[in-house]
Design a protein around this ligand. Sequence first.
Ligand SMILES: Cc1cc2nc3c(=O)[nH]c(=O)nc-3n(C[C@H](O)[C@H](O)[C@H](O)COP(=O)(O)O)c2cc1C
Length: 327
Amino acid sequence: MPPTQTVSSSPSLAVTLGRLQLTNPILVASGTFGYGREMAGFVDLRRLGGIVPKTITPLPRQGNVPWRTIETAAGLLNSIGLDNDGIDAFLRKQLPFLRDCGAPVIVSIAGASQPEFVQLADRLEGVPGIAALELNISCPNVSHGVDLGTDPEMCRSVVAGVRGVTRLPVVAKLTPNVTDIVAIARGAEDGGADAVTLINTCQGMAIDWRRRRPLLGNVIGGLSGPAIKPIALRCVHQVRQRLRIPIIGVGGIMTIDDCMEFFVAGASAVQVGTASFADPVACTRMLDALPAALAELHAASMADVIGTLAVPSRPSCPPPETTTHGR
Ligand SMILES: Cc1cc2nc3c(=O)[nH]c(=O)nc-3n(C[C@H](O)[C@H](O)[C@H](O)COP(=O)(O)O)c2cc1C
C-alpha cells in the first residue's frame, strides 16, 4: 500500500527570503500602514510577518500639492510624493516604537541618486531594530525616483552600492512601469539583492472633464488596489519563471485568495497595502485564514505552495485552420 500523506494540523508559515527569515509571509506595505504606531490600536503588530514603514528620504519632504489621493473604480490613485520627516526624525521618533512592536521592521529608503541610497543605508548600518532594507527605486511621484528602477544597470548599481555598506538583507522594490520587469529584477539580483518586491503602483491619472483639469495636484499618480492585481501577478510570474531571486508580492491584495494566488505564482511573502485603508485588520484577517488555505492544498509548509503554478507548456488555442473566429 502506498504511504498515506499526513499533513500537520498547523502548517508551518515560516518563509526565508535570502538572508531574511520571517515567521509568516504576511507583511504590510510601505506608505499604507504609517509607522506602525497609527495602526497599533487595531492590529496586534506582533503577529505580522513584517512591517514596512513609510519610505524615508535623507531630508524631510513635504510631498506633492493636493489633491493627493483619488478613489477610482477599482483602486486608489495617489501622488503623495514621499511626504516624510527625513531619516533623522525617523531614527529619533519612529524607530524606537517600531523596534519594540514585536514585528520585523523592514526600513524603506529612497534617495534621488545612487550615492544617496548608499548614504542612507550606511547611516542605518548597525542601528538596532532593523530586520532588512527595502530600496524604493520605484516611486512614481518623485522626480527621478522612477528612473533608477527603469534601467537594469542603474538598479544593479543602487543595490550593489547599498550591499557594499550594509550587513542587512536588501530588498529592491520595483516599478511595473517598465517594458521588461525581468531585466530590472535581474539587475537587482546581479547587484546582490536578497529579494525583490513586486510591485509599486502603476502610473495613472484622473480627469475632471467639465473643468478640463486633472484631479491630482501632481497630474499623474500611482494606481493601487484591486485594479492592479493582475499586473502584479503577471510581474511575479514572469520573474519567477526566469530568475531565482525570492519575491515579495504586492498589489491589490484584499483577501486570502489573493495571497494564495501570489504564493502559487511564486511570491514567498506578500504585502498588504491599499486594503488596510478600507479595513485596518485586513492583514491579520488574511493571516488567520492562511492555515486553512494551505490545508486546502494539502500543504505542510509555505514551500509546498510557493511557485507551484502549473503552466501549460503549449498555448491552448486551436490551430488557425480549425478556428471559427471571424467566420
Ligand atoms: C497612499 C499610498 C502611499 C504609498 N507610499 C509608498 C511609499 O512611501 N513607499 C513605497 O515603497 N510604496 C508606497 N506605496 C505603494 C505601496 O506600498 C504598494 O506597493 C502599492 O500600493 C501596491 O499595493 P496595493 O495595491 O496593495 O496598495 C504607497 C501606496 C499608497 C496607496
